[in-house]
Design a protein around this ligand. Structure first.
Ligand SMILES: [Zn+2]
Length: 334
């Protein structure tokens, strides 16, 4: 492993580290999630892994997860959590851009209104009316009404042609494409255009808070990966480490693992503020607090060689994208 020392403060216990991109001396050939089940190859290389995911402001990168496992977690619990309003809200609140170029817009999504029908609120907060059609047809005539967003007037022909094509096909009628295009042009030319403006648009949004399992997986991932970072690769052979690993690999919780999520008794709160992410190893347990929400996860067996007698604290700053490692006593004195 390779650290670059950024700054050493007056107190010798306190160090600031950054994890460097130069990882030549830390090239793991075995993935810490699948342990080689997905063989490492040119197609499945060992990739950069954020111990604390980017969507919650993590910046500590290690190289020990294969591409397959990395994308499985990215599309699995990590990606799912990042799409929950709860985490979007926290990102907005703490100004965490993450992988995206902008902060999320909490009201983005699809909606329906009695007057204008279906519409979307775009991530840049613009409104967009989804094209909709009403077609009445009998022997003699076809009545069509189409409503589209004002910004899409130039696409009206296109939309209508596609819609009618599908409409006739569904009825088993064969219409030549050039004939249809001609008729659509005529229709649009003679259509009556009515512009509708809605003064007040109400948006109702239900927030889904049912993500307990994913959240436990997120905490488990940080504990497991940080324990490897802290204790070295040997830790992956610990029996509890293996259980944590399988939770991440299979993305399924293991009821035999001990811990408390969320942690109700918060006697440690006075030492750990809500403006950082915190992880503390003490004995065989790991205290972890993300955005002010604490939990305890057992990371090793009681009295095992990985038991941490002196409490060690990792403090992650999502504003400066840095982290710090310090003994607990030092943290208490602050
Ligand atoms: Zn893997």
């Amino acid at each position: 492993m390779h650290f670059t020392l950024l700054k050493k403060t007056l107190n010798s216990d306190q160090w600031f580290f950054v994890w460097t991109a130069d990882l030549e001396d830390y090239q793991m050939t075995l993935c810490i999630i699948c342990k080689g089940e997905n063989p490492v190859s040119k197609e499945n290389p060992i990739t950069d892994e954020h111990i604390v995911p980017e969507f919650i402001g993590g910046s500590l990168i290690v190289k020990n997860v294969c591409k397959v496992c990395n994308s499985r977690m990215g599309e699995g619990f990590e990606g799912k959590l990042s799409n929950y309003d709860f985490y979007k809200f926290l990102r907005i609140r703490h100004n965490i851009i993450g992988k995206q170029t902008n902060l999320p817009f909490l009201l983005a999504g699809s909606y329906e209104d009695d007057d204008i029908g279906k519409f979307q609120v775009l991530p840049n907060s613009d409104l967009f009316v989804t094209p909709s059609f009403i077609i009445h047809a009998d022997e003699n005539r076809v009545d069509i009404s189409m409503s589209i967003d004002r910004s899409e007037l130039s696409k009206a022909e296109d939309y209508l042609e596609k819609k009618l094509c599908r409409h006739f096909k569904a009825q088993g009628k064969n219409v030549s494409k050039s004939n249809l295009s001609k008729r659509v042009r005529e229709l649009i030319k003679h259509a009556r255009i009515e512009e509708q403006t809605k003064e007040k648009l109400q948006i109702a949004r239900a927030i889904d808070l049912d993500f307990y399992d994913y959240q436990v997986m997120l905490y488990t991932k940080i504990v497991y990966e940080l324990a490897i970072f802290h204790f070295g690769e040997g830790y992956i052979n610990d029996p509890i480490a293996n259980k944590l690993r399988l939770v991440l690999k299979n993305q399924q919780l293991d009821a035999s693992l001990h811990g408390e999520f969320p942690l109700r008794k918060q006697s440690l709160d006075e030492f750990f503020d809500n403006e950082h992410h915190w992880v503390m190893f003490f004995n065989h347990l790991c205290f972890i607090k993300l955005f002010g929400f604490p939990a305890v996860i057992e990371f090793s067996e009681r009295g095992s060689m990985f038991s941490q007698e002196e409490k060690i604290v990792y403090k992650f700053c999502y504003k400066t994208l840095s982290f710090m490692k310090l003994p607990y006593l030092e943290q208490m004195r602050r």
